[in-house]
Design a protein around this ligand. Structure first.
Ligand SMILES: Cc1ncc(COP(=O)(O)O)c(C=O)c1O
Length: 464
């Protein structure tokens, strides 16, 4: 591992969200850490380069913060021995009154809540290279109002090649519609289904409430499907549902794959009832024990809408997603998006197209796969003998099954450690009537590198 904050034995989480500018925030956070003793005298700080990389800020910002604290006497800097906490910066417990003046308004120190990748892993330099190239090559018309509701053809073509190669999707650039993330695509599809007078969509009994809410807000009732070790129970699909939303490659959040017979049952249901399958392939690139199972869409491209996103592979902040739409539905989706749906920037689309075409996307995914796989291995090793890890070796989260009767005390212990954690039951559909399963959903992709070791330690400390 390269030199990093996490390897200095100084497991310290710095909250830089306080507002006042990054440098001032960093100075304040380090000063407070030295003052309170969280950073012991003599502790060697990471180099400004590696600390800046960990925090995702400019190196100069860190160097300036160090210089300010050296000037104040909190740190010492010596050629050859780096920057250290000054010996005379003796820990002093803050006075009770001072503590009261700083109420705990902040986020928890550590989080293993699922949903985000390691944001520090965003490939800034490679993205910048692609952006520069895309900007140089962009035709003038790219700077105008988009004429094609499906999005830039350059990205649709790049995605068609990538999705066919990497995910087995039957993808024609003509039938790809670019969206501002999966959530936007799902909103559009829900609108199309309502316009078709569909009233109900089946969803997995465990899933994201935000996606269920999105369907409900569009006027669709959601019917939960039980989920077991073979994935969603697709043989139970009802003729009353006009669509089903599935996560076949890696069920979210239980982490199982939809078995071939369950895939076949979903396609049979769609063929006999005229229903539509919405395939959410949110983390299909991240499988660690074998090659990913191909997309369900390949089984019947006329009945499956394939939905992909850059939110796990790159970053949710990009708001970049795509769907591959069955031929018979394309006009409706385009009409639903409308001629004035300019939700995503042409320059970002062109950059992603260049990023994929140049091979940078593949390289980035390979690198992140290794990163997450290491984290998953470390998680499994750290909890072994204490709790069982279930679900595939895939994605950015794992499920930890807890011994019966221990969940409440684990949550209390996690709160005591200032660790944000979610239970599996938090994802249950309110009408699913699922048997109580005491389990945690651990988003091991979430912590920044600087916080990974202490976050894992906090989790282990909270386990029975
Ligand atoms: C199950 C699932 N689907 C889709 C997404 C991606 O959503 P979006 O592209 O709207 O960021 C996520 C991201 O957290 C997810 O967990």
């Amino acid at each position: 591992m390269t030199e990093s904050w996490a390897t200095f034995g100084a497991d310290l989480h710095l909250d830089l969200s306080a507002g006042r500018g990054l440098r001032a925030g960093l100075v304040e956070a380090l000063r407070e850490a030295a003052r309170s003793g969280r950073l012991a005298p003599g502790t060697r700080l990471p180099s400004s380069r590696s600390f800046a990389a960990d925090l995702g800020i400019a190196r100069n910002t860190v160097a300036e913060a160090y210089a300010e604290l050296v000037a104040e006497g909190w740190l010492t800097a010596r050629q050859g021995s780096g920057t250290r906490v000054a010996e005379r910066a003796r820990p002093r417990r803050p006075a009770a009154a001072a503590r009261v003046r700083h109420p705990a308004r902040r986020r928890p120190s550590y989080s293993l809540q699922a949903g985000t990748p390691d944001l520090g892993g965003f490939p800034r330099a490679a993205w910048l290279t692609a952006a520069r190239r895309a900007l140089t090559d962009a035709p003038n018309e790219a700077f105008g109002y988009a004429a094609d509701a499906r999005g830039r053809v350059e990205l649709r073509e790049a995605l068609a090649g990538y999705l066919a190669r990497a995910r087995g999707v039957c993808a024609d650039p003509e039938r790809i519609v670019l969206c501002a993330g999966f959530a936007h695509a799902l909103t559009l599809l829900a609108g199309v289904l309502r316009a078709r007078r569909v009233r109900e969509a089946a969803v997995e009994g465990y899933g994201l409430d935000v996606h269920r809410d999105l369907l409900t807000r569009a006027g669709l009732r959601t019917r939960p499907l039980a989920v077991d070790a073979s994935g969603a129970r697709t043989p139970d699909l009802s003729g009353e549902s006009g669509a089903v939303l599935l996560t076949p490659a890696h069920q979210f959040p239980t982490g199982v794959a939809l078995t071939p017979s369950r895939r076949a049952a979903a396609v049979d249901w769609a063929r006999t009832t005229g229903g539509l399958i919405l395939e959410d392939d949110y983390d299909g690139e991240f499988r660690y024990d074998r090659q990913s199972v191909g997309a369900l869409q390949g089984l019947d491209p006329d009945r499956v809408v394939y939905l992909g996103t850059a939110s796990k592979s790159l970053a949710p902040g990009l708001r970049m997603g795509w769907m591959v739409v069955p031929p018979g539905m394309l006009d409706e989706v385009v009409a639903m998006k409308g001629p004035t749906d300019w939700t995503s920037s042409a320059l970002e689309q062109l950059t992603l197209a260049e990023f994929i075409r140049s091979g940078a996307y593949d390289r980035h995914v390979r690198g992140m796969r290794l990163h997450y796989r290491r984290r998953r291995d470390e998680l499994v090793a750290a909890v072994s003998g204490r709790v069982a890890v279930s679900g595939l070796a895939a994605g950015l989260h794992a499920v930890l099954d807890l011994p019966a009767g221990t969940q409440a005390s684990v949550l209390r212990a996690a709160a005591w450690q200032d660790l944000a954690l979610d239970t599996l039951s938090r994802y249950a559909h309110p009408e699913a009537g699922l048997p109580e399963r005491e389990a945690l959903v651990v988003g091991y992709g979430t912590p920044p590198t600087s916080a990974w070791s202490p976050t894992l330690a906090a989790l282990v400390a909270a386990l029975p």
